[in-house]
Design a protein around this ligand. Structure first.
Ligand code: NDP
Length: 296
């Protein structure tokens, strides 16, 4: 048996096309152009590329896009003042500050400065609370993208055993909340988990969000499991030439292919979904801010 490859890239393309339709209707019917501001502090080249991609895709679906690239040494007060201006700006419905921020800036103060109604990555305590108790709010982009791929692959998730490897605020914890909402039986594993292979042997769904290349081995999986690999790890690729690198996930893809029922590749799986969900969340916040029911 060879696993079905879950094509996140093409799912994300379809999602962006649907979002462009929603944007067009918001403009035509209500005179609203959803606006997303992306803020990055520092010169990290990978993060800058990521932010540039976000800004480009925002514009491509017809939204208003603003990009702020601040120097690594920008004072915290200046960043907070920018967030304050974006909070007050009626043309902006979503604010995303690319994490991590440099050490002299307190990420919690940054997160708490973002108006919850414009918090498109569900970072603020208010939105994390809403997610937990099931109130409408933007949902963290990466877990939302994973959920869409799971629903598309499996239909109903009710009653399935899900093991999430990783408990970060960005991925693991919100993923657990979303799968709980889908009536999965959810286990969260982390670095102190004693016997990860034993947990994974029971898992119908595996979401790996660890940041350790190829850590989850195929033989640990339950045959037929659906595997969502969130990890993005750059590793040396001497086969491509000296000094070359390639991206791999947290799952040992080659060994998983013969055991899993379905699996996301890296790249081309979860990554493209994250940006598409950021755009979807901006449509959601633009609708809610204007008293409209967001498109489903
Ligand atoms: P974090 O570093 O914040 O969290 C990693 C988690 O993995 C922690 O909970 C840690 O446990 C756990 N962990 C570490 N080692 C082990 C181990 N040996 N066994 C089990 N669990 C372990 O990472 P993120 O959640 O931010 O990101 C995870 C990965 O996903 C990264 O590769 C990142 O690049 C990628 N990512 C991809 C995105 C995309 O769009 N595709 C978006 C966001 C992230 P503990 O809490 O005990 O330390």
């Amino acid at each position: 048996m060879t696993a079905t490859i879950i094509d996140g890239k093409s799912y994300a393309e379809g999602l962006r096309a649907r979002i462009a339709g929603h944007v067009e209707r918001l403009k035509a019917d209500h005179g609203i152009t959803p606006g997303l501001a992306v803020v990055i502090v520092g010169e990290d080249p990978a993060s800058r590329v990521y932010v540039t991609n976000k800004a480009r895709q925002t514009a491509e679906v017809g939204m208003h896009s603003e990009k702020y690239e601040l120097a690594a040494e920008v004072p915290e007060a200046e960043l907070l003042a920018l967030i304050g201006r974006l909070n007050a700006d009626p043309a902006i419905h979503g604010i995303l500050v690319q994490m991590p921020v440099p050490d002299h800036i307190d990420p919690i103060r940054v997160i708490e400065a973002i108006a919850p109604e414009k918090d498109v990555d569900c970072f603020t305590p208010a939105n994390v609370g809403k997610l937990t108790i099931g109130l409408p709010a933007p949902v963290s982009c990466t877990p939302l993208g994973c959920l869409m791929l799971l629903r598309d692959q499996l239909g109903t998730l009710s009653g399935l055993n899900a093991v999430i490897v990783g408990r970060s605020n960005l991925v693991g914890k919100p993923m657990a909340q979303l799968l709980l909402r889908e009536n999965c039986t959810v286990t969260i594993a982390h670095s102190r988990t004693r016997d990860l292979p034993a947990l994974l042997a029971q898992a119908d769904i595996v979401v790996a969000a660890v940041g350790r290349p190829l850590m989850v081995k195929g033989e640990w999986l339950k045959p037929g499991a659906t595997v969502i690999d969130v990890g993005i790890n750059r590793v040396p690729a001497p086969e491509k030439g000296e000094g070359k690198t390639r991206l791999v996930g947290d799952v040992d893809y080659e060994s998983a292919l013969g055991i899993a029922g379905a699996i996301t590749p890296v790249p081309g799986g979860v990554g493209p979904m994250t940006i598409a969900c950021l755009l979807a969340n901006t449509v959601t916040t633009a609708s809610l801010i204007n008293g409209l029911v967001p498109p489903s």
